[in-house]
Design a protein around this ligand. Structure first.
Ligand code: HAM
Length: 431
């Protein structure tokens, strides 16, 4: 036994685990391609500054950062958005707008490992850059929900809760939060449901500068039932009516896209990351027992700050960890698929050269084929065929070889038929 274990919060992907990961990623990629997004990737290691500039205090405290041998301050990527902003910024002139890109990077955050939170995860990112119309916001949420639907989840399992930082900004300014303290107010509100109310109230007082009545108003807003309630109470405040109108257009677009049942306005959603500027959303399981599956929103200033070009942007990240738990809970993990088309059984040592030639002929036609790598009894070979999930066994014995045939056995049904070896070796299985 080795003394080495994997590091806390890091996973080994044994084949059964990787099958699940691939299943999830296939749904992610399939949905992105159906919506016309192109796949990209960037480096897993970046200059530390890329994150310390704009990601926000929570992520900065979780960086896997170090000084490399060249004396550079670097960090493993904790999120993809800064890399995306940098990449698009560097070639902005040559890219067709809006840019519609997706990727599925492995990300690293030094968090306390717990249910739904690890120190590495795979995160599907889908972003539209260069379009500020609400249609882009609706499109990215639709692509996220479509992937979840493809995995077997529905509106009864999940809800996408959304709000808009522009609305929240209007409300916070109305309550007397100073513009430079808005970020602090959002950071406090983002902890709602994860911290107790007293601590959130304390943060609202200390870092957002609100008094007791202001804190009460914030709690009333984030717990209010729907846009009408906010309109009734704050409709007269500057800009609030226009922001609600924009959100209603967003809601209507998602209805058109077929996701009306999946979405719910929730003014408590502000998002923890510092760079969001508009519509923000998170997808949760309806029972509310798991952490967010997905989070995203509009970030219209990040491209200018990190990429040097002023382009509006909107997108999201969906992690594999919570999603896997939810699929598991609902019995939606993929069934173990048979892994092999053929297992070739050689009855005696003499058939082994032919066994290899047959295997190569079948593999050449795209079939998956395996055989015992050392001589073994026929029983053992059939056992292995079964264990490997072979759909067919091809049995080669001295008599068959002499007659130029091989017996194909359907593993499930046990039915057999004889196939011509020359035909198999030449041009395709006669079916
Ligand atoms: P985020 O909310 O930090 O957003 O992460 C998005 C999702 O990644 C979360 O909802 C969660 O499912 C997953 N996730 C994050 N951290 C962990 C972790 N330690 N362990 C397991 N899963 C995790 C962002 O990263 C934004 N950059 C997303 C974005 C893209 N916004 C615009 N474009």
């Amino acid at each position: 036994m080795s003394n080495f274990a994997s590091l806390p919060g890091f996973r080994d992907f044994y084949p059964a685990d990787l099958r699940v990961r691939s299943h999830i990623m296939q749904a992610w990629r399939g949905s992105a391609l159906r919506y016309g997004f192109e796949e990209y990737d960037g480096p897993p290691l970046e200059a530390l500054e890329l994150y310390t500039e704009k990601s926000g205090e929570e992520i900065i405290g979780q960086l896997f950062s170090f000084t490399d041998k060249g004396g550079r301050a670097v960090s493993l990527r904790p999120e993809m958005t800064p890399t995306l902003a940098r990449m698009v910024g560097a070639r902005a002139g040559g890219l067709r707008k809006p840019v519609r890109w997706f990727c599925m990077p492995q990300l690293f955050r030094y968090e306390t490992p717990q249910r739904g939170r690890l120190r590495e995860h795979f995160q599907w990112n889908v972003d539209i850059i260069g379009e500020d119309d609400i249609a882009a916001d609706a499109e990215v949420l639709a692509v996220a929900l479509d992937a979840l639907r493809a995995l077997g989840l529905g509106a009864a399992d999940l809800a996408a809760r959304y709000s808009d930082r522009r609305l929240m900004e209007r409300l916070m300014l109305h309550l007397g939060v100073a513009p430079e303290r808005l970020g602090a107010a959002y950071a406090a509100i983002d902890k709602l449901g994860r911290d107790d109310d007293a601590r959130i109230r304390e943060r609202l007082r200390a870092s957002a500068g609100l008094d007791e009545a202001g804190c009460d108003a914030v709690f009333a807003i984030v717990r209010s039932e729907g846009m009408d309630a906010i309109e009734a109470r704050f409709g007269g405040a500057e800009g609030v009516g226009a922001e609600l109108e924009r959100l209603r257009a967003y809601q209507a677009a998602l209805h058109d896209l077929g996701f009306g049942e999946w979405i719910r306005f929730d003014p408590g959603i502000v998002r923890g990351l510092a760079y969001y500027t508009g519509v923000v959303f998170e997808v949760f399981d309806r029972q509310g027992r798991l952490r967010a599956i997905c989070g995203g929103g509009r970030y219209d200033r990040l491209l200018e700050q990190l990429g040097g070009v002023a382009l509006p942007a909107v997108g999201f990240g969906m992690g594999d960890v919570v999603l896997r738990e939810l699929l598991d809970e609902r019995g939606l993990l993929p069934a173990q698929e048979p892994a092999l088309d053929y297992f070739i059984v050689a009855i005696t040592e003499a058939e082994r050269p032919l066994q290899r030639r047959l295997a190569q002929a079948l593999r050449g036609r795209g079939h998956s084929v395996a055989y015992a790598l050392r001589g073994a009894g026929v029983g053992r070979q059939f056992k292995e065929a079964d264990a490997r999930g072979a759909r067919h066994a091809l049995v080669l014995g001295p008599d068959e070889a002499a007659a130029g045939v091989v017996v194909e056995r359907e593993m499930g049904a046990g039915t057999e038929r004889r196939l011509d070896i020359d035909a198999l070796l030449a041009d395709g299985v006669a079916r």
